[in-house]
Design a binder for this molecule. Structure first.
Ligand code: GTP
Ligand code: MG
Length: 266
């Protein structure tokens, strides 16, 4: 019989956060794709900064996007400090914009993002793993990995919050939308880790707003916060590993280290 430590635990994660049109998210996204990219493809050469957001109708209906507003980032196995192997399957919940109309694509019944991103039963037949922007249209030239059985049951969420200043985005808007997302995530009763992104370019005021949001009474200070930078590869594995340990009800939890401390230790 396999020893407990030899079994691989499967962890299915949805990465969510402010998404959609420029009027809401500003000139750049909050960093969901870069965070997923850094975690799933940790080799430095595999890190891309530019990910899909505004698309043609053809790309939207291709097999990678598959007429959905989420991306399947594939699977990766990572070992925790105490030697437990976790196999992560990750999806990114986003909203794709039509490059002709600059409106979100309409796919099936369209619930608002704040509600849709909290879904725990994900289905998409024959959907291909997303690797990078250049893959669209030439899928055969890349590894073709299909979402197994066309479905995924989400075990926990990473809710991202961008602490950098992005032109044309209001801080109030991000706080309002992320609070609404968190309220819907809490209802699923699944574990949540709150991840601040772009700490290499952090604004103090925005960092404080993120802390304040988590102190609201509805979260009872129960949602852990991990400060990350995908660009500098700081605390990215920590955020996903901590979520896995909470999902797995592990007695051992990775110690949360601040961005400053983690960046110094590199
Ligand atoms: P949508 O899916 O379109 O909503 O966006 P997203 O949330 O996936 O954001 P994405 O990861 O595409 O990041 C948008 C931009 O933010 C990137 O092109 C980078 O310029 C910047 N960015 C992402 N991660 C970091 C980071 O760790 N540090 C800094 N300084 N910038 C980052
Ligand atoms: Mg994205």
């Amino acid at each position: 019989m396999a020893r407990k430590a030899d079994t691989v635990r499967t962890i299915n994660v949805a990465v969510v956060g402010l998404s959609g049109m420029e009027k809401d998210k500003g000139h750049a996204g909050v960093g969901k794709s870069c965070l997923c990219n850094r975690f799933m493809r940790s080799h430095a050469d595999d890190y891309n900064v530019d990910h899909i957001s505004v698309l043609s109708q053809t790309d939207f209906s291709g097999r990678v996007v598959n007429n959905d507003h989420f991306l399947y980032w594939g699977e990766v196995i990572k070992t925790s400090e105490e030697g437990i192997d976790y196999q992560f399957s990750v999806i990114e919940q986003t909203e794709f914009i039509d490059d002709a109309s600059f409106q979100p694509f309409k796919g099936g019944k369209m619930e608002p993002y704040i509600k849709r991103c909290a879904a725990t039963k994900i289905t998409s037949a024959e959907k291909l793993m997303y690797i990078c922007k250049n893959q669209l249209g030439i899928e055969k030239e890349y590894e073709q990995k299909v979402l197994p059985d066309g479905k995924l049951n989400i075990d926990g969420f990473i809710c991202v919050f961008d602490v950098s200043i992005v032109p044309s985005r209001s801080l109030e808007k991000q706080v309002e939308i992320v609070a609404a997302i968190l309220n819907n995530l809490v209802k699923t009763k699944k574990p949540i880790v709150f991840v601040t992104t772009k700490n290499d370019d952090a604004n103090e005021l925005i960092v404080r707003e993120a802390d304040k949001l988590l102190q609201r009474k509805e979260y009872k200070g129960a949602i852990p916060l991990v400060e990350t930078s995908a660009h500098d590869n700081v605390n990215v594995d920590l955020a996903f590993m901590l979520l896995a340990q909470i999902i797995d009800r592990s007695k051992v939890r990775s110690k949360i280290i601040s961005y400053a401390e983690a960046a110094r230790a590199r």
